[in-house]
Design a protein around this ligand. Structure first.
Ligand SMILES: [Zn+2]
Length: 79
């Protein structure tokens, strides 16, 4: 008979926290897009883990020319 809730993924959450901590303090160097050579921009993205109150603000790199998916200039969206 199994009791639900006794096996908690504590180790997984711990390693996820480690990963997120490492990412949030990673140095933001100037990186160029491999496709077009444009300077990649960084989009601050909030991450939360379910069950954790703390969050992470991690800069995600993206190319404004190849992937203009984010409204970076006053909400302008190029389709
Ligand atoms: Zn590009």
């Amino acid at each position: 008979m199994r009791t639900p809730g006794t096996e908690r993924p504590g180790e997984l959450v711990a390693s996820l926290k480690q990963f997120l901590n490492a990412q949030s303090v990673a140095p933001t160097k100037t990186v160029h897009c491999a496709e077009c050579g444009s300077v990649l921009r960084y989009l601050p993205t909030q991450f939360w883990l379910e069950g954790c109150e703390e969050g992470w603000n991690i800069p995600l790199p993206y190319c404004p020319d190849c992937h203009p998916l984010f409204p970076v200039s006053g909400g302008t969206f190029i389709s």
